[in-house]
Design a protein. Structure first.
Length: 233
């Protein structure tokens, strides 16, 4: 039942036109394509979550990339952030392969589901408060359809704050928690814990703020916190 409900939610997310600025921007990108992707028909819609319906770990990112997920239709797919992330997810035993290039590439996730705080690409990667608020019900519904999730891995401050707002509403408590790489917070009964990690954006990975070894360490920590067996190797 949850699989069908997730599929229905994915269709709803893809069809959403609630934020005029984001709709205009995502569709404009599909016309003004990057030269290297001129042969692509861009997705240019809301990008649903992706992964294992029985996942114990939920990854929350920021938003689709302009020429990544907005082009391919799969979160963290087709751009530099995804290239960095999927390699680590494969090494940590969450992904069947180290790359995610397009929605028909055969990638399978194990014990992991991936989504984002915002489902449409925002100009300059800067969503407004209203746009994030409009997307928050999608996050809440998705979490409700992933009953086995024990841990949220928040990639960046925006993803972290989106989950904290959800947890505040769910617990009816005003939670004020600082984002800090590697920090773990217990949310209380009935809610998954949250683990913070810097976002794997080029501005973080190219400057060394987030090194590949640091990402892999966090992913192994996520396995342990979610009660998953360690990966040998």
């Amino acid at each position: 039942m949850s699989v069908i409900a997730l599929e229905n939610l994915a269709e709803e997310i893809a069809a959403c036109r609630m934020c005029p600025r984001l709709v205009a921007y995502r569709e404009d990108l599909a016309v003004k394509k990057r030269a290297s992707f001129m042969d692509w028909t861009y997705w240019a819609r809301g990008v649903p979550g992706f992964g294992d319906p029985n996942a114990r770990v939920l990854v929350i990112g920021l938003a689709p990339g302009a020429h990544g997920a907005n082009r391919t239709g799969r979160v963290f797919t087709g751009d530099a952030s995804g290239k960095f992330l999927w390699k680590g997810l494969h090494e940590a035993g969450f992904a069947s392969q180290p790359t995610s290039d397009h929605i028909d590439d055969g990638l399978v996730l194990n014990d992991l589901y991936v989504n984002a705080a915002l489902r449409c690409v925002p100009p300059q990667d800067k969503p407004s408060a209203d746009e994030l608020s409009n997307c928050r019900p999608f996050l809440a519904r998705e979490i409700g359809l992933l009953p086995e999730v024990r841990l949220v891995l928040a990639l960046g401050r925006v993803g972290f704050e989106a989950f904290i707002r959800f947890a505040s509403e769910a617990s009816q408590k005003r939670l004020r928690l600082p984002f800090k790489h590697g920090e773990v917070y217990e949310m209380g009964e009935g809610l998954p814990s949250v683990l913070c990690c810097f976002h794997p954006s080029p501005r973080n990975t190219n400057t060394g703020k987030l090194k590949y070894a640091d990402l892999v360490d966090v992913l192994h920590q996520a396995r342990a916190l979610a009660g998953l067996p360690p990966i040998q190797g």
